[in-house]
Design a binder for this molecule. Sequence first.
Ligand code: PEP
Ligand code: MG
Length: 943
Amino acid sequence: MAKYVYFFGGGSSEGKAQMKALLGGKGANLAEMASLGLPVPPGFTLTTEACAQYYKAGKKKLFETIMPEVRKHLGKLEKTTGKSFGKGPNPLLLSVRSGAAVSMPGMMDTVLNLGLNPETLDALIKQSGDERFVWDAYRRFIQMFGDVVMGVPHHDFEHALDSVKKKYGRKLDTELTTEELKEVVAQYKKLYRKHTKKAFPNDPMEQLKAGIDAVFGSWNNPRAIKYRQLHDIRGLLGTAVNVQTMVFGNMGGDCGTGVAFTRDPSTGEHRYFYGEYLLNAQGEDVVAGTRTPQQITLKGSREWAKSAGVGEAERKGSYPSLEETMPRCFKELDQIRVKLEKHYRDMQDVEFTIERGTLYMLQTRTGKRTAPAAVKIAADMVKEKLITEEEGVLRVDPQSLDQLLHPVFDPESERAAKQLATGLPASPGAATGQLVFSADEAEIWAEMGKTVILARIETSPEDIGGMAVAKGILTARGGMTSHAAVVARGMGKCCVAGAGDCVIDYKAKAMKVAGVTLKEGDWISLNGSAGALYKGRIDTIDPKLSGPFGTIMKLADKYRNLGVRTNADTPHDAAIAVKFGAEGIGLTRTEHMFFEGDRIVSFRRLILVAETIKQLKKKHDVEKIGALEKAVKKDRKAVAAVKQYKQALAELLPLQRKDFEGIFKALKGRPCTVRLLDPPLHEFLPHDEAGQKEMAKQMKVKPADVKALVESLHEFNPMLGHRGCRLGITYPEVTAMQARAIVEAAIKVKGSRPEIMIPLAGSVTELADQKKVVLETIEEVKARKKVKKLDVLIGTMIEVPRAAVTADEIAKEADFFSFGTNDLTQMGCGFSRDDAGKFLGEYVAKGIYEYDPFQVLDRAGVGKLVDIACKLGRKARPKIKLGICGEHGGEPKSVEFCHTVGLDYVSCSPYRVPIARLAAARAAIMEKRSSKPKAGKKSRKRK
Ligand code: PEP
Ligand code: MG
């Protein structure tokens, strides 16, 4: 029979850190800490396999199986602690907490103080000598058990508590006397009976079983499901349940509780020990944001006081550091910090409680961090030799780099802006958006395409959907470890937390701050790195890419085999990409150039007569425009059409040449793949009446003629229509003009390395036809310019499945393949690029496709086509260059695939270049770690 329960504590453990999948992160690390001899309250963990059984076999069956094991471990726990569960004189109280393999903060349930009943209550009073504390623990337990386990509405308990407070004129919970707390308990019990039709259970085993049931059940509550969706957490069995001896941080002035990070989770700095605590408090008080948490170290406390505008005397009196209040515990905790970092070789996020002067460690886990912090910590730890270079690369999630690559506020504009308030710099970055005050509104506004900033007094897990769509998050209450701060950091979202000057009125949908009233829809700006709130919108600028970022990128370049290029159509984009480390351009979409300025006019003139030219060529049985010119000499109308066609091309040539010169210059000798015209011609024409009228005026024709032209070019399935090389085959003069512009620019800009790419070829004959035109043009230009040697590669995109499966044929005519996986996905899966978004979300939700195949390359299908094409292509032409230029080229999972099939490079948008560099390095390192190189596969070096 499977083992479902694992013990930890008393200096040894059955589990260890590597058993996260089975014991959950919390359980595995508690076991590890106990084995390390750290002060962990003993307990046991019910495995994630038990959770899976809870759902598979049903809870009744599961409990029949696990309860004997639970009882056995409970006995061991009683022995280890010298306490007894549900009995005096030394009663054992338990916490029951969730803990999946991947941390999902606040998403699942917890029950504390389990085991309290009238008997243990009395025993505990005798033992602790603190009657008030015990009654307070009891009322908290009833509230938590009632709410979490039995679903008694939370606000009913709050209401009951408030009514007793009101009756006795108490403002704070802490002012309630023992007798008053007894009254609260009585009311709570009544409430419990009213809602559950049962008395509050005194039997501790009944309490424990129900607690375990609730935690397993919370794995599939709506917010946990949403969290897993948002964070792409898949493939887990369920949550583990940790049953642990309770320790109390709220038993008096010599008690406390806190959370700390071994390095700053926001910036990655480790100038001191980053953390917050509260005296005489329970864990939830620190994260709830209802009291101002204090700093762990004196240095941190002084820095906090400075930024919060608190004077030294007030700081020392009201907000002293742990270093000052409990120096012995602080020292022990600081030593544990060092020990844990050395042991785990990563930044840890710890929770601790001090009960009557004794320190207990309740949790350690790999700390969540912002992208800047992840990069800094990885670079620093490599420098400190705590981790290897390869580990440094693996420590940074490529996708998270996105946060570092996006603009920050322009300092000038930020200085000029009106600052309304300061809060905590909870999650870095800059955000400008329109104010909304509820998560629901945030989702509605975002749906309408608006950029919003979500402002809340404090956030809770229910707000998760709104937080995900907001550009930034502002809270009036809460510290660096508040829900808002933790979740925003996880999402890589800018967040200013605890901006206490903001008075938010949900009802009025307004916020008062610094004498200004801001209403829903007003623009505000947040600087999450400085904790500043501004009125209005602020300009942004590009980020800097030096320091730790540069270190990690350098390491990525050292370990990757894949080349990384960019998709760029302008010198500006090319220059940005080069700055981000692009080694060339993998795709220049020339059609974008046709829209700029007057050139659309020239191109439309060409389109206007294109069909006539085609018909005339057919009629006169000629292929070349020169021959046609001769053949139609006497036909005035035809002469005019040819003239217009040639004229348009002549106008476009110098403009295109200039475009390419700019791009080649920006690339400074790096290779550049230029794709010839790709979209169907109707995309260049106006489809609305006003636009058609305007075009008619410019072209000096009747609006009806333009309308007729648009109609004649209409296609039922344009993506499968007259586009790509099919256009070039009909209008070889366009191909020739583009090839000429490319080659002339390359001659002009010394060191250029042009690669001419023919789009959408499905058969080798299509490619051969266009290649001939390009080659003839190159020879003509070379002769005219008297250039002897000019290296121009000619290749094709692999976008049509037919091309992929006949790649050996195609390779005979191609120096390179570039996989256009946007179209290859469209044609490979049969999903329209333009329409499939309507149902692909549902497909992913139902698991029909694991990911949207337009975002993450569909390895099993489209990937197979890529793999086949690579193999066939290399067989026919061993030195063929292979790359990808579809959107997948900058998506980490797809980049990994590209590495696996042995492409030479990926090409992606400029801002994704660093992401691709890092993803490529990770793929290479992971491959090296997971296996010996595959049979027959030689280790590749970048070309
Ligand atoms: C592709 O199809 O993958 C591609 C890069 O071309 P486009 O997106 O321009 O069709
Ligand atoms: Mg394409």
